[in-house]
Write a protein that binds this ligand. Sequence first.
Ligand code: UDX
Length: 450
Amino acid sequence: MSAAREPIGVIGTGYVGLVTAAGFAELGSDVICVDIDAEKIARLEAGEIPIYEPGLAELVESNRSRLTFTTDISVALERARLLFVAVGTPPTYSGDADLSAVHAVVEAMPASDRHALVMKSTVPVGTGRAIKRLFEEQGKPGFRYVSCPEFLKEGTAVGDFLRPDRVVVGDDGDWAGDAVVELYRPLLDAVAVPGEDPLDGLVRTDIASAEMVKLASNAFLATKISFINEIANVCEETGADVVEVAKGMGLDDRIGPKFLNAGIGFGGSCFPKDVTALKQLAGNSGYHFQLLNSVIEVNELQKRRVIGKLEKHLGSLVGKRIALLGLAFKPNTDDMREASSLVLAARLQAAGATVTAFDPIAAEVARPMLRGVVLSDDAVSAVAGADAVVLVTEWQEFRELDLGELRGAMAGDVLIDGRNALDASVAASAGFRYEGVGRRPQAPSLASTA
Ligand code: UDX
């Protein structure tokens, strides 16, 4: 990579910050990573990656010479003009985003005509305008601002960074927006359709629209999931099979096949937070976003439907032993934020059941969040003596389980597949009473019986 790439600062070494830093280092920039957490910086300095993300440790390692980790923001200000902001914006009790970490960064900026903040953190629409006003009030009118929302998915974040679907840059049409576009240009070139303009993958727009692209995208995807989950629930009442239905729907290229997997609800650090934030944002500006209320409510109820299914098979859950396979909000991550397993385990315990669980990666992160849940070292130990097993997270290793062995270790025979990840007919052959989400009960697909 060319040594002429401009150095950048990245403030916040969480999930988005680290991937962004390592990604731009891979493209040839020197990257100064700043965090207020001295312990985290020390660990990063020592080569430890504090989060589990496939490929990230390797990317950091191979670009180590271009990465600086520091708690001192002045190092970044001295060496870089673009300061990417990737600090947390968690929800507050009211559902609004907590922008205190963002504001701390704004406060820490000096008056300057040669620097810009580039906002990666997901923030409410209007944040950019408010920050520019703050810069004015604080006597820093020359400080530039760019919105550059992040669309990384956990588990595939490195690939998502290096091969983005699109790059969104919202700015005031000045040098800072141009500089951000230049930084992303190699990625736009790499994913361009041959013969077409690489800048087709770029949305260069105003700041408010860029902020809204992020919130609207996540809210739309969450809506797609709640929609297919409701279709699944109706399938359960009518004898249709949601997997067949989703396949038939997804072949319509206006709909597309992605995000049509019915299950026990979405979780993670983004969807629940961003859907609520958009709902709040609309409400704060006087608009009642009816649809998003339903998206959230459907998602909450979807996690709880497992309880009804277990009661249907087992009667009262008092004294029953229920095993959960998977705890993370999705496979290939140890992220437990808003994971469906948390609600499910709590509901099961409240119903009087004993809960055991296994997750290939997330167990240690999950342990303090799951009081009273017995965590096992493997799937077979987790289900030993259980009356029922619930597949909560579709880790690949669960798809490859020997269901006969699993059934043999259990006291009961109920298998609730919360992600439609297992083969119903194989489960039935192993002696399970199998129930997926929106599936025909124990019905092998027409293709597999042909
Ligand atoms: C999401 C967005 O995809 C990403 O663009 C944004 O930057 C951050 O939020 P992520 O939280 O990593 O990424 O997870 P994602 O893979 O999108 O899945 C979110 C949740 O939806 C998971 O709980 C997953 O299990 C669930 N999901 C996803 C479904 O239930 N059904 C589906 O068809 C797809």
